[in-house]
Design a protein around this ligand. Sequence first.
Ligand code: SF4
Ligand code: SF4
Length: 56
Amino acid sequence: MAVTIDKEKCVGCGDCVEVCPTDALSLVDEKAVCDEDLCVDCGVCIPECPEDAISE
Ligand code: SF4
Ligand code: SF4
């Protein structure tokens, strides 16, 4: 499972990385990326993004 990150919107703030309970999110070149092997589709990260860059 994985969330979709809109790289055009992501500003690399890291807020989503901090809240993900499974450490599925990380920053690569200042953009969030989601590890589909770790993501459990809990949705916690989605409202945390100030740029509305994350979707299911
Ligand atoms: S949906 Fe949940 S598990 Fe998946 S990246 Fe977001 S916070 Fe992490
Ligand atoms: S919270 Fe949003 S803007 Fe911040 S790193 Fe995650 S996806 Fe990018």
